[in-house]
Design a protein around this ligand. Structure first.
Ligand code: GDP
Length: 314
């Protein structure tokens, strides 16, 4: 039975990934922080912190996995400004340690370990080209992006060293499991609360920020495909379509049948970020050509599934 090790298993992507690997018959081992709970009863959950590098190394050498997915991260840019040192350890250093552990598993057990790093479009910072691809210069502008950039570079280093190491450069990807501090979920939860009469307004920051928003399970699919591809590489995973926060708001209210949405939106300058990437759109031609990957849901479908999810959560 193939064995997989997943960090960040209780997050949005981790939960979809674990479900998929279990369906495929994998023996799934998940790393979760104390109190996060198991992603599923069928998973072997190991309580621990990915930044506890000695312990994780011993665990990996013992488990001897065939696939390692590193999804654990301080996942918000805003939090990375509040805790830049923690972000460096979790998003950067821990990835380097996991790569070295994967290398040591290969040396000790004599089989390939396929390693996928969940990287981020934030490594490109404020890019001067749009859309971005795998050749776009890495110039992060926040602690989150800088730590992810270090991990991305270490993937390249360990690929040279003989590990099937993949960096999946993921653009924003959403689902009903997205935590509510992300703007998409904040909007869909807000629309559902307005429909229930619990509130009248949603307070947001920059409505003109543009993101390439995809469907999280599709991004998990890209990571699995890259893990199992004949050759390891970096892949941009994106839809290629940029939409503004305002577009997201419009689509969410449209789906809910509310036409006069302007009265429900307030802008609070305090929510506008000091340094914000205002346009991130990815060119995923390489993933489409080499991995046979393609997004399965349109922007409108992602929005409607999220509104539906929040309407069902009363
Ligand atoms: P990020 O791209 O990983 O930082 O994902 P977010 O969903 O947190 O933010 C996406 C964009 O939405 C950023 O450019 C934010 O500045 C913008 N935005 C506008 N209003 C809000 C808000 O109220 N909350 C959040 N989180 N982002 C907002």
């Amino acid at each position: 039975m193939p064995r997989a090790f997943v960090t960040g298993a209780s997050g949005q992507d981790g939960s979809y990934l674990v479900e998929r690997l279990l369906d495929e018959g994998y023996d799934v081992h998940a790393l979760a922080l104390e109190g996060e709970g198991a992603a599923s009863a069928r998973v072997s959950t190991h309580v621990g912190d990915v930044a506890d590098v000695e312990r994780i190394r011993a665990l990996l050498l013992d488990l001897d996995p065939h696939e390692v997915y590193n999804l654990a991260a301080v996942s918000s840019v805003a939090r990375s400004w509040e805790e830049p040192d923690l972000t460096s350890r979790v998003n950067g250093l821990a990835a380097a340690a996991l790569l070295e552990s994967a290398f040591q598993v290969q040396e000790r057990h004599g089989h390939a370990v396929r390693f996928v790093q969940a990287s981020s479009a934030e490594i490109f910072g404020e890019p001067t080209v749009s859309p971005q691809d795998e050749t776009t210069p890495i110039r992060p502008i926040n602690p989150y992006g800088a730590a992810k950039a270090y991990a991305h570079l270490m993937v390249g280093v360990y690929r040279q060293r003989g590990v099937h190491a993949v960096s999946a450069i993921l653009y924003n990807h959403e689902s009903p499991r997205r935590p509510p501090h992300f703007v998409t979920r904040k909007i869909t939860a807000g629309v559902a609360a307005i429909l229930r009469g619990e509130t009248d307004t949603i307070t947001l920051g920059n409505l003109d920020a543009r993101r390439d928003w995809g469907w999280a399970p599709d991004y998990v699919d890209a990571m699995v495909r890259a893990a199992r591809a004949p050759r390891a590489a970096d892949y941009v995973v994106a839809t290629g379509e940029g939409r503004t926060v305002r577009d997201f708001v419009t689509a969410a209210f449209d789906y809910a049948g509310v036409t006069q949405w302007e009265q429900h939106i307030k802008v609070d300058p305090a929510l506008v970020r000091p340094a914000d990437v205002t346009d991130l759109t990815g060119d995923s031609s390489k993933a489409r050509a080499e991995l046979g990957w393609a997004p399965t849901l349109s922007f409108e479908d992602v929005v409607s599934r999220m509104v539906e999810g929040d309407r069902a959560n009363s």
